[in-house]
Design a protein around this ligand. Structure first.
Ligand code: KDG
Length: 321
């Protein structure tokens, strides 16, 4: 089996029932964190995945590591911080009558409680400590969330893209979260552009790329970022454009009855990366991404529960996916 590692913050997710918060007495707990979500997609798709992170010495930290371990993710490199807490976020879901009425039915609001969290102390020391895990993997994935956590986390992700590759690919999903850049908003675009240019596989949502880099157009983004061997732009009009070397392929998304959008980007990245690690061509990689995103879009958790890999492969082989 191919091996991959993801690096980032995990969060306990508390979903307000029914929402809005002012009226919610009950919260359903689940797990989130973009890079942790990607790791769980990879293990479901026959990739051995490890997760590099820091959690607090608290119940949420033990819950997160247990959640990932139960899904086959290697958590041996996760460090428990004795003083900083595990991050969490509260999710309010829209839909009126009892739910948050200022949100549309399929929209959610994320309220972060993560300043000063254990994972915000991620630093280059964590990279050095996980050298064994990194040396054994074919791909390492992080996102703009990891980079945004703190200055020491930015140093870590910059060190990661500067490491000698030794055959290993670096994958980066933009995942622009303005709230996390509050103290250094003016540096965000430059830092994120450096990560895009320094990575081998890059995922950009057209709308977030528009906000950060000034264009939502896939071909303009490719012209702006010719460096990554593979660039995937998730277009606003429900298709994805993939560039791989000289190839350009556009694959439409499935038409779905969307339940909730959070986690769909992670599922897409996990599906694409698993297909890449299993040697599938570009169009198939994009189809795997769409199919995994569809599983997340039709569920309510941040983490996608996928059909078996053989079933996904059969679906990806259907035309018109
Ligand atoms: O991509 C889903 C993530 O947004 C969610 O799980 C939490 O990592 C998260 C974040 O920082 O927004």
């Amino acid at each position: 089996r191919p091996r991959a590692v993801t690096i980032g913050e995990g969060l306990a997710v508390l979903v307000a029932q029914p929402g809005p918060l002012e009226e919610s007495e009950t919260f359903d707990r689940s797990a989130g964190g973009a890079e942790a979500n990607v790791a769980t997609v990879l293990t479901q798709l026959a990739v051995e995945a490890g997760w590099i992170s820091r959690v607090g010495d608290d119940g949420f930290g033990r819950y997160l590591t247990g959640h990932l371990r139960a899904r086959g993710v290697d958590v041996s490199a996760v460090v428990t911080d004795p003083t900083r807490p595990t991050a969490m976020y509260v999710k309010e879901r829209g839909g009126g009558s009892g739910r948050a009425t200022d949100l549309a039915a399929r929209d959610s609001r994320m309220l972060y409680y993560r300043t000063g969290s254990a994972a915000s102390a991620l630093s280059t020391a964590d990279l050095a400590a996980a050298a064994g895990l990194l040396d054994r993997c074919a791909l390492v994935h992080c996102t703009g969330i990891t980079t945004a956590l703190s200055e020491s986390a930015t140093e870590l992700t910059e060190a990661l893209i500067a490491l000698p590759r030794r055959g290993r690919l670096v994958s980066f999903d933009l995942n622009f979260r303005p709230a996390l850049w509050a103290g250094r908003a003016e540096q965000a675009a430059e830092i994120l552009a450096r990560h895009v240019r320094g990575s081998d596989v890059v995922f950009l949502g057209a709308d977030e790329a528009g906000t950060v880099f000034g264009t939502e157009d896939a071909d303009e983004l490719r012209a702006l970022f010719p460096e990554p061997g593979q660039l995937v732009v998730k277009n606003n009009e429900h298709s994805v454009t993939g560039f791989s070397g000289p190839d350009r392929v556009e694959v439409p998304a499935l038409s779905l009855d969307v339940t909730e959008r959070i986690g769909a980007g992670d599922a897409f990245a996990g599906g694409y990366l698993a297909a890449l690690l299993h040697g599938r061509p570009l169009e198939q990689r994009l189809r795997f991404g769409h199919l995994c995103a569809a599983a997340a879009l039709t569920g309510t958790g941040d983490v996608a529960e996928l059909p078996a890999p053989e079933r996904l492969a059969a679906l990806a082989a259907c035309s018109g996916t």
